[in-house]
Structure formats: C-alpha cells, structure tokens
Write a protein that binds this ligand. Sequence first.
Ligand SMILES: [Zn+2]
Length: 183
Amino acid sequence: MGFANRYLHAVNSSDLRDDEHHHATDALCAAALADTTGAGIGSLLSRVKYADGTQQKLFESGTANLAQLLRIWTARVIEKGRERKWVKEGTAWDAQAAQALYRRVAERSLAYWLDGKCPACSGSGNSKDRRICVPCKGTGKAEITGAGGFELEKVKDMVSELEGLLHSYNARASVRLRNNQGA
Ligand SMILES: [Zn+2]
C-alpha cells in the first residue's frame, strides 16, 4: 500500500468525527461543491498533487489540503454514483452498502491518482538498463489493487474524472495567465 493510500485511509476512518475542525472544513466543502465549474476542487487538486511536492512534504505540510480534498472528493463521488445509479439504495441496508462503496471508490481513486506509479520503475516506464519496464509494460503506472470487477471499473472512472478536473483547471488557469499578461 502506497503512502497516499495509507494516509487517506486514516483520514477516512476518522472522517465521521463531529468536531469544530470538521464543521469548518464542511463549509469549505460546500463552497467547493457549489462551484459548478470545478474551479474549487481543481485548484485543490493541483495544490495537493504538485505544490505540496514530495510525499514526505505532503505528510509534513499538505495533510490539511489532502484531508479537505478527500472530503470534497468523497462528496463528489457520492453525487456521481447516485446520478449514474451505480447501486440501488432501496433499503437502509442498501443505502449503507452504497455509502461504503462510494467511500472506498473515492479513497482508492484519489490515492491512485496521487500515487499510482509503478513501484518497479517509479513511474518512468523504463528499467535501470533503459529497457521497457516489464511490470507496467512501459506505462509507468501501477495496477489498481484492492478492488475488482464493478468496483475496479468505478475506481478507474473516477481516476479519469480527477484527471479531467485537473486538466480543465490547468487549461483555465493558463487562459487567465495569458489574459493577465495581455492587460
Ligand atoms: Zn514500471
């Protein structure tokens, strides 16, 4: 299990605590979710993935961003899962199982997106003797572990969703930058 995976799991397990700190982050979550252009979550994605730097730094300084990101992302995944009718939520038992599924998909997709490098080549796609890395066949990407079948499909969907959010955020940011330079 990679670092992001372990950390997100820890965050998620303590997620249900109801204290002042969480009330504060709930307000931030609401603001980011209300932003339908995705700018709120996009900037957070960018900050957590790049600005917070290495995993060690992530641990030291980026944990608040990461915790916040997981909460926002989980809310998004729940929204999408319901919209796309991943599972039926007819009974209380169904609803509880669905919640657990959404949370696992949110946590795994975010962890993979942050930290999904092939461990054999550290994401370069090449082995030390400059051949194509065998375990990942040169893609540089790790396998998504701990999920299979339907759940694995959903994790993959949500990883592309995260890619898409970051991509559109970066595109908008570069347009803004160009406009500012022109002015
Ligand atoms: Zn590899």
